[in-house]
Ligand binder design. Sequence first.
Ligand SMILES: [Zn+2]
Length: 104
Amino acid sequence: MTRAAREALIQAALDGVPQLIGRLFDGRGGYCALGVLEKLSDEQTGLSTPVNACPICGATEETYHNGYEIRNEGALLVHYNNDHLFDFLTCANKMPVSEEAADA
Ligand SMILES: [Zn+2]
């Protein structure tokens, strides 16, 4: 994940955005962590960066979405949001941030 994506998650927390589990948005201002980042491009978020498993619990599949494989940072973020129930700040803190992207 890029620093821009991390900052967007932190901003969502500061703005008091209601956090959803299992859906991107609800049309009433609520978003999941991935939904918060939907307005940014793949390039801007870095969420297509490959990962092999959750660095915290070792899972290779999301539980909430029933076997959806955790193969990139976007899927990892969904796993953090739905399976670990991390709030936006914790997601921002636990997601890997690329130093290269941070310097861009
Ligand atoms: Zn996990």
